[in-house]
Design a protein around this ligand. Structure first.
Ligand code: IMP
Length: 471
């Protein structure tokens, strides 16, 4: 369905926006603002779904995390791996924001920008970084690596990008924000960071030299100038003017620092609630939520994983190979296991995802039967709610239901009625259990390999502006 893009965008002043009267939006005609989140441990295939949905929105906003994320988008003969910049940047004319909830390493940002430009993706005047986002300093990555080494077998298995130390500095009120790059306080802030972390790094610490860090910061400040803005104000003005915004979650519910498998989590709020604090848009202005659920489960890094198929188990190895389950950011092989509905139900509740996109269903094509975990048995008791206590989760044994497989190719299918009956039943089974609608089914990595199953719900979510991919 074609739509006419409106152009209600205001230009983004560098760093500080002078006060301007806000227009109230008329809620009856307003576009929908939607948050998209991962329903497992990340790597659900969010990049592809954002790429599919973003033409129906005017702006895409990332609200948490940093370059620990990895979103892959494939279409025609092109392949993009994005870590910081929202996947919406691949939609021509789309405005993209790196929100205040993010931690951003400037060099990684410039690198991504360069590779986008080299691929002919124009980013001029449509890519913004919040002046309140935190700068991820190189020293944080050094600390991250040193701590993981020190933890040995008890390590979190982080992406080693410095995400934890960057958020730690933020919460300790000792971080350096984008706006600080332009402030006379910068040197003092850097001295503070360095004196706090230098003892921990000892002779290993290379990024703790304040003089050279200051030179790098000055250079970043200059190069970041065209992008840095009061994005909280910008996004609210866009919404006032009737634009619709897609909030792009990174990672997934179980990596959320509050709701995930703590302490084996990332350090930000990857759930729908994070969209508000991480962007400066009130929860009352966000109208809907869509989840992305992979047809089986994967996890990178350490921590409990009840349905895991241990390395060497043929079904797990098969999922890893066929699903190409190797990290976009680190290249690490992902741990693989059967779909866990205890987790999916939990994600459904925390994020209020009445609508979900089911990804990688084609990876299940070769199984005679497919297991789905419907509950856990913990200390002899059957449990359907996701436990908070790590010990209980480690003792959880999955209670499986076994569904008939379809043992037939579905890769590339674009119409629901062309799926084998057992695959259609599998989708219906998930919808029933989750009391949610599978609006999209992804049957392959390419943009074109998609079934739009519930067009009506998607149109509701996007106020009728969804462009379905060409068949
Ligand atoms: P950190 O975010 O680098 O601190 O890593 C904390 C945990 O989150 C580790 O288990 C990582 O493997 C995991 N993690 C972080 N980002 C992603 C992601 O985008 N996909 C999957 N796992 C992630």
């Amino acid at each position: 369905m074609a739509y006419a893009r409106q152009a209600p965008f205001v230009s983004a002043p560098i760093c500080y926006c002078p006060g301007a009267p806000m227009r109230r939006r008329d809620k009856s005609t307003a576009m929908s603002n939607t948050v998209l989140t991962g329903m497992q441990w990340g790597d659900e295939g969010k990049g592809k779904i954002i790429d599919l949905l973003s033409p129906a929105f005017d702006a895409v906003v990332r609200y948490q995390g940093g370059n620990n994320a990895g979103h892959t988008v494939k279409f025609s003969d092109r392949h993009f791996a994005l870590h910081l910049i929202p996947s919406g940047i691949l939609t021509p004319g789309m405005h993209c924001v790196l929100g205040n909830g993010m931690v951003i390493p400037p060099d990684a940002f410039f690198e991504e920008l360069e590779s986008l430009r080299a691929s002919g993706v124009e980013t001029e005047e449509r890519l913004w970084i919040s002046d309140r986002a935190h700068v991820l300093l190189p020293i944080y990555a050094e600390v991250d690596k040193a701590r993981e080494l020190q933890l040995g077998t008890g390590r979190i298995g982080t992406t080693a990008r410095g995400i934890g130390p960057a958020y730690e500095a933020k919460i300790a009120r000792q971080g350096v924000r984008m706006c600080d790059l332009y402030s006379e306080r910068l040197e003092g802030l850097l001295m503070n960071v360095s004196s706090r972390l230098r003892p921990e790094l000892g002779s290993l610490g290379r990024g703790s030299d304040v003089a050279s860090l200051l030179i790098r910061c000055r250079d970043w400040a200059e190069r970041l100038k065209p992008f840095v803005a009061d994005t909280g104000r910008l996004i609210n003005e866009w919404i006032d003017a009737g634009s619709s915004v897609l909030f792009e979650g990174a990672q997934g519910v179980l990596l959320d620092v509050d709701h995930g498998t703590y302490p084996f989590v990332t350090s930000s709020n990857a759930t729908a609630g994070g969209a508000s604090t991480g962007s400066g848009v009130a929860p009352t202005r966000i109208d809907g939520s869509i989840g992305v659920l992979k047809a089986y489960t994967t996890r990178v890094g350490s921590g409990p994983f009840p349905t895991e198929l241990a390395e060497g188990e043929p079904d797990g190895d098969f999922l890893r190979r066929r699903g190409n389950e190797f990290g976009t950011t680190t290249g690490r092989p992902r741990r693989c296991g059967w779909l866990d509905l205890v987790i999916a139900r939990y994600a459904r509740r925390v994020n209020d995802t009445e609508i979900f996109a089911l990804t990688k269903i084609d990876v299940l094509d070769r199984f005679e039967s497919i297991k789905v975990c419907v509950a856990y048995r913990i200390d002899g008791e059957e449990v359907r709610d996701f436990p908070s206590d790590l010990g209980r989760l480690e003792r959880a044994e999955p209670v499986y239901e076994e569904l008939p497989g379809w043992n037939q190719e579905t890769a590339g299918t674009t119409r629901f009625e062309d799926l084998p009956e057992n695959a259609r039943d599998y989708v219906a089974y998930l919808e029933d259990d989750l009391e949610a609608s599978a609006a999209v089914i992804s049957t392959g990595p390419r943009r074109e390999e998609t079934i739009v199953l519930d067009q009506a719900r998607l149109e509701q979510l996007t106020r009728g502006r969804l462009q379905t991919p060409p068949p």
